[in-house]
Design a protein. Structure first.
Lengths: 457, 315
């Protein structure tokens, strides 16, 4: 019964580690409903800019006293994303950091200046008159109307009173209303005689058309709506983008970092070599000191590394140097969990217990300290994550994330893999010689022990 | 091994180390990197032979007379600059006057064909914020550990003592690591940067884990030998866990030393912190955290405070 359970758990270990290894060693694949995983880097892991090379910029928005609103930040992200797309960067990342900051990551970009010039430009909103050549308006000419973002009072999502459908509402400044009236009158007039090619009104941000529409009636009061086959979210997005061009938020660079691909590759290579050498030393030490259990721990550690890296790839976690440091610490904790178990195991063997019983008791005694040590590390990782995110220091966040994943995985390895592998060894012929596990079985020196207070704890 | 009998020796050693760290921190200070002060750091790799004085001269001409230029290997230079002036822009955001960054780049390129390996620039705002966040993180982490250890040891008599002892050991470790770094900052010009903070945090994690292992054994022995004194129990627990403590530390130290031999300059500061942190963390979990419990149990801490207060009142 017990033996059967052991073999079942061995099977479970093989399946888990096998799946993790497949996830790790297959370079790239698609997980249905979740997305693509993998990259061109080592093992398909996602590498941070300090390892892969590229430019990272952090901007502070709305420096002049006034904090930007959520919508303004969203508009800013949209505007900058559109500009970056024009740079042709593979997998750029533009995210909001805290309330009023932007983190822009541009893998592979080494011309920081060009990126900064593009990002630093103020968003330009224009209202243009689109003169169409045919009914579908597939051929057209955009004529600037002279009206810009500065002439608009606001743009906001609302609902059409007649149809209850989402529409985009906008208002112009009083000074611009007259010019807008003339322009919409002109566009409208193309509707009646030339229904085959009605002209349109378009809002253009940074040279890109956000929305264009025909004119159903001249807008004389400077207040209008745009109907379309919009979802509420589309209308909200449109309003945010028009607002971002109407009232651009000031941004100022507060941090910029460029790492050349060559330097990143060098750091990565050094880290890999150092990690490999470190791992070999640990494995050698464990096998020399703890003998058979050390070999078991070695297997558990290799499984551990495969599982953690597979999780990094699946989530996916972007690996930076700081993240690697967090991983190394969690690796140290995983080694420590094994050492804790083995020291207990040795103790139990020294007082003359059988290998099988010693393993069971050894694990049970080691568990509370593994649990408490790991939980306290998890708490520290959470504190770091909390203080690291939101601020500009992504190194601390990266460290915290990989430490958190690493420690959780290390608890899993200790409970599931190390214990079951040890159980299997204990059930095999190896159990006949306690000396395969410790050189001094059954030789425990008990002189210094205080007398037990009746009963055994 | 009867460590508890020698506790005054260990306390004296720690007091001395903390004192030396304080003196060193006051005299040498830490050598803050751009992550904390703001400023710029550049790695420039020249394709031809170039002297560091030519690089310095070019930077001075570009308006950076305070640039620190360090040669690191063949035609590779580490350059430290103050906070850079940004590009000046007009209302539409077009650049009307180039800032320091492009002037510095032009100056470096003027010396010879060069590859900019890395160019980091941090504003003063971020620097101040990083200092604040790091300090808060260490304090909050300590409080969380205090609460957690007290809770985890709730079945032992006076669990708060365990929490306090663990945090004292932790603060002791952080302090000594800072002291070591102020010396390294003075001697080999090592900078305190974001990587350093990660290293200190790692040390905290390691130190607490190590302390908990000793305390866990104590917790077990307290339940088992109800007639024994704290002193006896601490002696026994330290003896029973010392093999594990040393093995774990040696494993980690071996790995860190291996990393030091192979790894590049980017993670070297982190490795120095780890080396110092793991060493002092092991020491404090064995000789400080658990021995504080003995002193507390035997009323020494109360006596010590009374004496300090008495002296203050007398002065």
């Amino acid at each position: 019964m017990l033996r059967q359970l052991r073999w079942k758990s061995l099977l479970a270990i093989i399946v888990i580690v096998g799946v993790a290894a497949a996830a790790l060693f297959v370079p790239d694949y698609r997980i249905p409903g979740i997305g693509d995983r993998g990259s061109d880097d080592v093992l398909g892991l996602r590498l941070g800019l300090d390892l892969a090379g590229g430019t990272q910029l952090i901007y502070q928005a709305g420096l002049e006293g006034e904090a930007p609103t959520e919508e303004q930040m969203e508009g800013l992200v949209g505007t900058i994303t559109r500009r970056i797309d024009r740079l042709g960067v593979a997998e750029p990342s533009i995210q909001q950091l805290g309330d009023d900051r932007l983190l822009i990551q541009l893998p592979g970009v080494e011309d920081t200046q060009q990126a900064k010039d593009l990002i630093g430009q103020t968003a330009q909103l224009e209202i243009v008159e689109r003169v169409c050549e045919d009914a579908l308006c597939s051929v057209f000419e955009d004529r600037p109307s002279g009206l810009t973002g500065g002439d608009m009072a606001r743009a906001f999502p609302s609902t059409d009173q007649a149809t209850s459908l989402p529409v985009l509402s906008f208002e112009l400044n009083r000074d611009a209303a007259q010019q807008f009236a003339v322009m919409t009158q002109r566009i409208y007039s193309t509707n009646a005689p030339r229904t085959d090619s009605p002209d349109q009104l378009a809002f253009v941000l940074d040279g890109e058309v956000l929305v264009s529409a025909g004119v159903e009636s001249p807008i004389t009061a400077g207040v209008g709506i745009i109907r379309g086959n919009f979802t509420p979210e589309e209308v909200r997005q449109l309003a945010i983008q028009i607002e971002s061009g109407r009232l651009p938020v000031d941004i100022e660079e507060i941090s910029s970092s460029l790492v050349a691909a060559s330097l990143g590759a060098q750091s990565l290579e050094e880290a890999l070599i150092a990690g490999g050498v470190g791992l070999l030393l640990v494995l050698f030490f464990m096998a020399a000191y703890y003998r058979v259990s050390g070999l078991v721990a070695g297997m558990a550690l290799v499984c551990y590394i495969i599982i953690v890296l597979a999780i990094f790839k699946l989530i996916p976690v972007t690996l930076t140097l700081a993240g690697l440091a967090g991983f190394v610490l969690s690796l140290g904790m995983a080694v420590d969990a094994n050492i804790l178990i083995f020291e207990r195991l040795k103790e139990e063997l020294q007082i003359g217990r059988t290998v099988q019983l010693a393993m069971q008791i050894g694990f049970n005694r080691a568990w509370p300290s593994i649990r408490d040590g790991n939980v306290s590390t998890i708490l520290i990782a959470l504190v770091l994550f909390f203080f690291g995110s939101g601020s500009a220091n992504s190194a601390v966040t990266g460290f915290a994330v990989s430490l958190l994943i690493g420690v959780l995985a290390s608890m899993f390895t200790a409970i599931f893999i190390s214990r079951n592998l040890l159980g299997i060894v204990a059930a095999s012929w190896l159990r006949r010689s306690a000396r395969l596990f410790t050189p001094d079985a059954g030789t425990r020196d008990t002189r210094d022990r205080p007398a037990p207070a009746g009963g055994n704890g | 091994m009867r460590v508890a009998s020698y506790r005054k020796l260990f306390f004296a050693i720690s007091a001395l180390l903390v004192l030396l760290s304080t003196v060193s921190l006051i005299t040498f200070r830490l050598n803050p990197g751009i992550d904390f002060t703001g400023g710029a750091a550049i790695t420039a790799v020249y394709e031809t032979d170039v002297s560091s004085s030519r690089v310095s001269d070019a930077l001075t001409a570009a308006g950076q007379p305070d640039a620190i230029v360090q040669q690191a290997g063949n035609n590779t230079f580490f350059i430290r600059l103050g906070i850079l002036e940004l590009d000046e822009r007009d209302d539409t955001g077009n650049v009307v006057r180039r800032g320091d960054e492009s002037r510095v780049r032009d100056a470096l390129a003027g010396v010879g064909p060069v590859e900019i390996g890395s160019f980091d620039s941090v504003s003063g705002i971020i620097g101040a914020e990083n200092v604040r966040n790091a300090t808060i993180a260490v304090i909050v982490a300590s409080l969380v550990i205090l609460l957690y250890v007290t809770w985890a040891f709730r079945r032992v008599p006076s669990p708060l003592r365990y929490g306090v002892a663990a945090v004292i050991a932790l603060v002791h470790d952080v302090f000594i690591v800072l002291g070591v770094f102020s010396v390294l900052g003075e001697t080999i010009n090592l900078e305190v940067n974001a990587m350093f903070i990660t290293g200190v945090l790692t040390t905290i994690g390691y130190s607490v884990n190590d302390t908990i292992v000793v305390f866990d054994r104590l917790r077990e022995n307290v339940a088992r030998y109800t007639n024994a004194t704290t002193r006896e129990l601490v002696n026994l627990s330290v003896r029973e866990t010392i093999a594990r403590s040393l093995n774990t530390s040696i494993t980690l130290i071996v790995v860190v030393v291996a990393l030091l031999l192979f790894a590049g300059p980017a993670i070297r500061p982190l490795l120095y912190v780890l080396l110092a942190g793991v060493t002092v963390g092991t020491y404090s979990s064995i000789f400080i955290a658990s021995l504080l419990l003995v002193s507390w149990d035997e009323g020494e801490i109360g006596r010590f405070w009374r004496r300090v207060r008495f002296r203050r009142a007398a002065a």
